[in-house]
Design a protein around this ligand. Structure first.
Ligand code: SF4
Length: 230
C-alpha cells in the first residue's frame, strides 16, 4: 500500500520519471504491477514466494497450483492424479485501496478415492466431511500473467544487476547511516525537526558517496556492474 503513493509523490516532486521500479518482495501485488505498467514503467519486483519456490519441499508440494500443469487453451490445471481442475466461477475482490481484483475459482470434479488427497487438500476448518471435499484453487489470472512477466525481467542480466544494486544502494544505505555514521536516534521531536535532521543526514550521506565515487573513478555511473564469473 505504500509503493503507489511513493511513486505518485516522486512524480509530483521530480522533473523526470524513473523507467525502472525496483522493489523487494514485500511490494509484490497485482495492484502494484498494474499501476507500474499503466504508468509506462517497468517493474522489477521479486515475487513473494521467490526464495521459497526454490526449496525442495515447495517443489514437492502437490497442493500448490505452481506444481500443477496449466493449459491456457482449456483454462484448466492438471493435478498429480491427472484430473482436471476447471474454472467454475469468478469473484471480484476489492482491496483496501479500492482496486478490484478478479479471482477465478478452479475445481476438481472428482477427488473421491484419490490416493494423494491428504497431501493435496489442506485446511481443517472446512465443515464438509473430508471424503466429500474437492480441491479448489483461487487464482487471479492477471496476477499470474504480471508475475510471469516480472519474473522474466528480474532474471535477465539487467534485472539481476538492478536487484544487486537495490540491495547495495537501498539496504546498504541503512547500514552505512547506522553503523558508519553512527546515527542511532533522532535528536529532536516533531515532524518538522525530524524532516530537517533527515535532510541534513541525507546531504551528508550523499557528499560521502560522491567523495567515494570521485576517489574510485565512478562518477557518471549509477549502477555497480555484475561480477563476471572467470
Ligand atoms: S485430491 Fe483431487 S486435485 Fe488433488 S490430486 Fe487428488 S484428484 Fe487431484
Amino acid at each position: 500500500m505504500t509503493l503507489i503513493p511513493l511513486l505518485k509523490d516522486m512524480e509530483k516532486h521530480m522533473s523526470f520519471k524513473y523507467k525502472n521500479i525496483v522493489a523487494d518482495a514485500g511490494y509484490e501485488s497485482e495492484e502494484n504491477y498494474v499501476f507500474i505498467e499503466h504508468n509506462n514503467q517497468a517493474g522489477y519486483i521479486k515475487p513473494q514466494n521467490y526464495e521459497l519456490s526454490k526449496t525442495r519441499n515447495y517443489k514437492k508440494d502437490i497442493s500448490r497450483r505452481e506444481n500443477m500443469d496449466y493449459d491456457p487453451q482449456t483454462d484448466s490445471y492438471t493435478c498429480k492424479n491427472r484430473k482436471k481442475l476447471s474454472a467454475v466461477a469468478t469473484r471480484t475482490e476489492r482491496t483496501a485501496t479500492g482496486y478490484l481484483r478478479k479471482v477465478t475459482i478452479y475445481e476438481c470434479k472428482n477427488c473421491r478415492n484419490c490416493p494423494y488427497k491428504k497431501s493435496c487438500i489442506k485446511g481443517n476448518n472446512c465443515k464438509t466431511p473430508f471424503k466429500d471435499r474437492k480441491k479448489r484453487l483461487y487464482v487471479s489470472r492477471k496476477m499470474e500473467e504480471k508475475k510471469a512477466e516480472c519474473l522474466e525481467r528480474i532474471l535477465s542480466d539487467f534485472g539481476t544487476q538492478l536487484r544487486l544494486n537495490r540491495s547495495i544502494q537501498a539496504e546498504g544505505s541503512f547500514a552505512n547511516v547506522k553503523e558508519d555514521m553512527n546515527f542511532r536516534r533522532y535528536l529532536y521531536r516533531g515532524k518538522e525537526n525530524v524532516l530537517a535532521q533527515s535532510t541534513l543526514l541525507a546531504i551528508g550521506f550523499d557528499i560521502n558517496k560522491l567523495h567515494h565515487k570521485i576517489m574510485t573513478g565512478r562518477t557518471g555511473t549509477h549502477l555497480f556492474e555484475l561480477k563476471k564469473a572467470s
